[in-house]
Design a protein around this ligand. Structure first.
Ligand code: UD1
Length: 374
């Protein structure tokens, strides 16, 4: 019998997964780098974990992310329901599209749900932002990170601690690659465009003369006592320095449910706004005197922007931002927040360095690894 040789190798088909807001700035450079490199067929799947215009669509437009090839439209729910619904909706997509690999980013429920479906279907799993550990298993994201890394075929790390953590957990050396930070690719690519944002004049803020606050972790916003303590600190700070507060839907709900919304509204210097788009938010961060946050990504962004960051958590899965960046862990105790605030305002900051490979070219390195290994 004669065998017929095919003249052209088939492209490597990759299903790229996004679900929640922090995924969008990571997938943007990855989709672009995959499309630019011959031999890869990128397919984009949105789980629909975040679905609002201001939590999702705006980011696609501003970051030039192609419209998703598939939207699972899953929406909100408890962890069990949301994770299960994503799995249920994603499994037939894998069966129909038969990808060579599924690529997931970060640590949200969409990450772990699609990862589990992929490996059980015998499809290779690639995790971008692998190995980060807060060592706090009360955080849903920590569970998502541990599970996703345990089942991934390629573990692509944003900072050296990720590599060390995976080694300590016994991950095979050949799976682990330090590629740098894809979210910083997006920051560097949009820095100049963001300068044109009119947000400061719209909010009548002077550069360097306000703080930015974001708050959405369940540990901070779902417990009324913790939330009230954070408000105690904010009450003092907002008397000196206006605080802009793009408010996450979870936080808005918690403030209302706990009866603390009135107290927050009564603070003249605390200015709640709708969740901001990427460019407005980058402009707000870049011109701030300081940032208060419980987000993971913002710890990284402020490191590159050289803006002092007080992280309202006891731990971080991104230790490099504390080692070389502007980040300080201050927890949620009002006295600790205020003493760190006073130190920073008194000029107690230091000049940050950019962590290795946070140079705007991480997505290219991801694609190099994909081409070599898949
Ligand atoms: C999720 C991620 C978290 C990430 C955050 C960024 C997990 C476990 N958590 O948390 O890691 O830092 O996204 O935002 O995946 N809602 C809307 N509109 C939306 C989306 C959500 O109103 O477009 C409301 C819903 O009422 C929902 C609540 O926000 O119940 C929380 O949304 P969910 O995706 O469950 O978790 P986040 O707190 O956003």
């Amino acid at each position: 019998m004669q065998t017929v040789a095919t003249s052209k190798e088939r492209d490597v088909k990759i299903l790229n997964i996004v679900g929640a807001r922090p995924n969008f700035m990571k997938i943007a450079p990855l989709m672009a780098a995959e499309a630019a490199r011959g031999g890869i067929e990128p397919v984009l799947v949105h789980t629909g974990q975040h679905y609002d215009e201001r939590m999702s669509d705006l980011f696609f437009r501003q970051l030039g992310i192609p419209a998703p090839d598939i939207n699972l439209g899953v929406g909100s729910g408890s962890h069990g329901v949301q994770t299960a619904e994503i799995m249920r909706a994603f499994e037939p997509v894998v069966a129909e599209r038969r990808p060579d690999a599924v690529l997931v980013v970060g640590d949200v429920n969409s990450t772990v749900a699609c990862g589990l479906v992929a490996v059980k279907a015998g499809v290779k799993l690639v995790h971008v932002e692998a190995g980060l550990r807060s060592f706090d298993r009360t955080m849903p994201e920590e569970i998502n990170r541990l599970v996703t890394d345990a089942i991934s075929d390629l573990l692509l790390c944003s900072e050296p601690s990720g590599v060390e953590n995976l080694r300590a957990e016994g991950a095979a050396e050949e799976k682990v690659h330090l590629v740098g930070n894809v979210m910083i690719d997006t920051l560097r690519a949009n820095r100049e465009r963001a300068e044109q944002s009119p947000i400061l004049s719209q909010l009548r803020l002077a550069p360097g003369d306000y703080a930015v606050l974001t708050l959405h972790r369940p540990a901070n916003v779902d417990d009324p006592e913790v939330l009230a303590g954070i408000l105690d600190a904010l009450e003092v700070i907002q008397r000196d320095l206006p605080i802009v507060f793009p408010m996450h839907p979870r936080t808005r709900k918690s403030l209302e449910a706990s009866g603390l919304a009135e107290r927050a509204d009564a603070m003249g210097g605390l200015r709640a706004i709708e969740p901001a788009g990427y460019l407005d938010f980058l402009k707000l961060l870049a011109s701030a005197k300081l940032v208060l946050t419980d987000s993971g990504g913002i710890q990284e962004e402020t490191t590159i922007l050289a803006v002092p960051c007080l992280t309202l958590r006891e731990n971080t899965e991104r230790p490099i931002t504390v080692e070389v960046g502007t980040n300080r862990l201050v927890g949620s105790d009002p006295q600790r927040i205020l003493s760190a605030y006073r130190e920073v305002i008194g000029g107690g900051g230091r000049k940050p360095q950019a962590p290795p490979l946070w140079d705007g070219r991480a997505a290219e390195r991801v694609v190099d690894v994909l081409r070599e290994k898949l």
